[in-house]
Ligand binder design. Structure first.
Ligand SMILES: NC(=O)c1ccc[n+]([C@@H]2O[C@H](COP(=O)([O-])OP(=O)(O)OC[C@H]3O[C@@H](n4cnc5c(N)ncnc54)[C@H](O)[C@@H]3O)[C@@H](O)[C@H]2O)c1
Length: 458
């Protein structure tokens, strides 16, 4: 396959003389900006997309076509389900070739970047296939679901030159970026402990349990699928790696705990008695994307939340020791009245805390409370920005597709190492809850925890 004009290999070949031999010979920091110099970007970025569920067709499909046409061209889309592929093709409107096989798409379309929005347990194979074809990979969270697949991605990342980018959109909302900025500026000194407690609402949790997210071999349990976001936020805020995790969890509401069960929601005989009843056929978009294409692959979007094979938990609590000595007290409680979180950082020079959701607050800004040691608490207000995930999605997309060279002073750009470390914190928690013993991150893959996170895969 010919090399893309955006690839790091190509960039190094064309700029190697100017950069000097030391960079070529030494470990190369993986940086999109390095590969995408403006003089290489007169032509549009060629983007391919694999995985045409709700996330793929909306955030990375139609949205890119409608808003980023000046910067990129979608050159191929792929889904293993031919019905969903056809629906996604019409919905996205890119007018590009369609494929049910990823290898074939990459062979035929020669993209610069592959966007992976497949099922979590398929991410690793799509990432590795992309790298083998000399393509930069933009992968949805979680990077993958277990430590073996983490290691496969680490090995592939080391072997091939192209870059893996993880879409940690939770780093991008301006009110969270402000927290990172305050911490980096030393507003509260070195962080000693973090209290971080997240709630997932009834409506959100039932969507998880109706789908593959409820089954550990597919979503890695919420310890990985959901909490990858949360662990990544803390890893990022602290700029340190998780080192050891002790956890407990329980499944109290869903799965075999339910009072009755059926095949799926839409025809359920218990519909009138079930708090989780939902008729997918009332939503045209979801009916056409999922229900009408079940016969191809058996993927059912409205499974019973009380099916016996659910083994993802609905309450979680973990104590995480970081390599820089900080301690994280974390919990995730799901199926509550509201979604949101409360977070507090206790530092050597003060305290920073705030909450989102389930709290009387302004609809247009976030308030953080900063209390420098010996001083009165003061409010730090940050206006919300528009768009999905508290405004994080559009800012992430802008960085990835419109302005890859934009400076990254807050280190919001995330790669394989960040993705792996956030997954491993969840894997360690899952294992600890099963065994009753603390689990060391260093025992899971070849990566070792560092007090300050390195750029390289060490
Ligand atoms: N960052 C966020 O906040 C956020 C939000 C939502 C979803 N996500 C992530 O996005 C991804 C997709 O989520 P979704 O809700 O759209 O999932 P989904 O189950 O609705 O869709 C996944 C699609 O991928 C296809 N697929 C699976 N494996 C494939 C393969 N090997 N080759 C080709 N196609 C394949 C399936 O047929 C399906 O159409 C997940 O990893 C999820 O965790 C992230």
């Amino acid at each position: 396959m010919s090399e893309s004009k955006f690839s790091r290999k190509k960039f190094l070949q064309t700029t190697g003389a100017a950069l000097g031999g030391s960079l070529i010979a030494g470990p190369v920091g993986k940086n999109v900006s390095g590969k995408s110099k403006k003089n290489n970007r007169e032509e549009k970025m060629r983007v391919a997309l694999v995985g045409l569920g709700v996330r793929g067709v909306s955030m990375f499909g139609r949205h890119l076509v409608e808003n980023y046409g000046d910067h990129l061209e979608i050159v191929g889309i792929c889904d293993t389900n031919p019905g969903r592929l056809e629906y996604g093709d019409g919905y996205i409107g890119a007018g590009c070739p369609t494929y049910t096989n990823l290898n074939e798409m990459l062979e035929n379309t020669n993209p610069d970047r592959l966007i992976v929005t497949t099922w979590d347990w398929e991410h690793h194979s799509c990432i590795i296939t992309g790298l083998e074809h000399g393509v930069d990979v933009v992968c949805e969270k979680p990077l993958t679901i277990d430590e073996e697949k983490c290691q496969m991605i680490i090995d592939a990342d080391k072997k091939y030159d192209n870059e893996v980018i993880v879409t940690f959109n939770y780093r991008y909302p301006p009110h969270r970026a402000k927290v990172k900025e305050l911490i980096m500026d030393g507003a509260i000194g070195d962080i000693r402990t973090v209290d971080f407690h997240w709630n997932i609402s009834h409506a959100h949790q039932m969507r998880y349990m109706q789908r593959w997210h409820g089954e550990s071999q597919r979503g890695g349990t919420l310890w990985v699928h959901k909490n990858t976001h949360h662990f990544d936020m803390i890893n990022w805020f602290l700029d340190s790696d998780p080192m050891e995790v002790y956890a407990q969890d329980a499944l109290e509401i869903f799965g075999s705990n339910g009072p009755f069960r059926s095949v799926n929601c839409r025809n359920c005989p218990h519909a009138d008695n079930c708090d989780y009843h939902w008729n997918i056929n009332e939503n045209d978009h979801l009916r056409q994307m999922y229900a009408e294409n079940e016969h191809y692959d058996g993927y059912i979007r409205d499974n019973c939340v009380f099916r016996h094979n659910i083994d993802s938990h609905d309450k979680h609590s973990a104590l995480v020791k970081y390599a820089n000595g900080a301690l994280l007290n974390y919990s995730l409680t799901s199926d509550t009245d509201h979604s949101g979180y409360w977070i507090a950082f206790n530092g050597t020079k003060g305290r920073l805390e705030g909450r989102e959701g389930g709290w009387p607050s302004s609809s247009d800004h976030q308030e953080w409370i900063l209390t420098p040691l010996g001083e009165e608490p003061r409010k730090v207000k940050v206006n919300f920005s528009d768009g999905g995930h508290w405004g994080g999605d559009p800012l992430l997309l802008h960085k990835l597709f419109a302005d890859p060279d934009q400076p990254d002073p807050l280190h919001q750009h995330a790669g394989t190492r960040d993705g792996v470390m956030s997954v491993l914190a969840g894997v360690a928690a899952r294992k600890s809850a099963r065994s009753g013993l603390p689990v060391k991150i260093a025992d899971l893959t070849s990566l070792k925890p560092h007090a300050k996170r390195p750029d390289r895969l060490v």
